[in-house]
Design a protein around this ligand. Structure first.
Ligand SMILES: NC(=O)c1ccc[n+]([C@@H]2O[C@H](COP(=O)([O-])OP(=O)(O)OC[C@H]3O[C@@H](n4cnc5c(N)ncnc54)[C@H](O)[C@@H]3O)[C@@H](O)[C@H]2O)c1
Length: 250
């Protein structure tokens, strides 16, 4: 048997790239899938054991091709990380239907389509899926009507998939990252938002890509062989705490 293989979507940079690296260190082969061909090709060229695939995860034909190319290359598929995502912060009244659809299509249609397309191959290996949602999918906040709702959908999609796919030995879990200084986050986080996050997070800082990737890799691995349907917040304690944190600090 050759080494295991996973598809990581949104692998050109950020959390997806860090996840690619952690899985490569674990001996997996990785199909790096992303819509940004240039950044993807650069990232893939610097790594061994990877296949770069340009894909729009919201396009059913693209997604089918992604899975076919991966299984043709590796001969198997053991894991899928639905990480590709886009963010938008805007008030309800200023969120156009076009923006709403754009966010939903990548963040929610994407994981639905990718998991469905990967199922035949995952059934053969009793593989695992990890979806990347967000703390914005666990707690409502201002400006996140589209982003937060799409991520809440990803949380529940993970449970739906876990409930139905367990009988094939396929595990499905969900990671909800807190803030990480990626291109996606920095495009929507002002200095005020950064300060507010620091105040609201018990560990008092942003996370790193690597800290999220390690959690994803654990859930994908055999070490989590009896874990499915779980929503794990990798968020420095944000989700578990209530109000008043800054006032109670020194
Ligand atoms: N950074 C954070 O603070 C944070 C917090 C919570 C959740 N997340 C989630 O983590 C995931 C990764 O985000 P990141 O912060 O690394 O952002 P990022 O912008 O650095 O990376 C996202 C990647 O997804 C790709 N992508 C976007 N749309 C795509 C599509 N339709 N098809 C294929 N690829 C597409 C982009 O080209 C990019 O390479 C996202 O789902 C995001 O919502 C991030």
């Amino acid at each position: 048997m050759q080494g295991k293989c996973a598809i990581v979507t949104g692998a050109a940079r950020g959390i997806g790239l860090a996840t690619t690296d952690v899985l490569l260190e674990m001996g997996w082969r990785i199909a790096m899938a992303d819509i940004d061909t240039e950044e993807l090709e650069d990232a893939a060229a610097a790594r061994d054991g990877v296949l770069a695939i340009t894909v729009d995860v919201s396009d059913p034909d693209d997604v089918r091709r992604m899975v076919d190319r991966t299984t043709g290359w590796a001969g198997r598929l053991d894991g899928l990380v639905n990480n590709a995502g886009v963010a938008n912060f805007a008030p309800v009244e200023q969120t156009s239907f076009e923006t709403w659809r754009e966010i939903m299509s990548t963040n929610l249609d994407g994981p639905f389509l990718c998991t469905q397309a990967a199922l035949p191959a995952l059934k053969e290996t009793c593989g695992a899926v990890v979806n990347i949602a967000s703390i914005s999918g666990l707690r409502a906040s201002t400006l996140r009507v589209a982003y937060g709702t799409s991520k809440a959908g990803v949380v529940h999609l993970s449970r739906q998939h876990a409930a139905e796919l367990g009988e094939y030995g396929i595990r499905v879990n969900c990671v909800c990252p807190g803030p990480v200084r990626t291109k996606l986050a920095m495009a929507v986080h002002t200095q005020e938002i950064i300060d507010a996050y620091h105040d609201a997070i018990p560990l008092n800082r942003y996370g790193t890509e690597r800290e999220i990737a390690e959690v994803v890799a654990f859930l994908l691995s055999e070490k989590a062989s009896y874990v499915t349907g779980q929503i794990l917040a990798a968020d420095g304690g944000f989700e578990s705490t209530g109000v008043g944190l800054p006032a109670l600090r020194d």
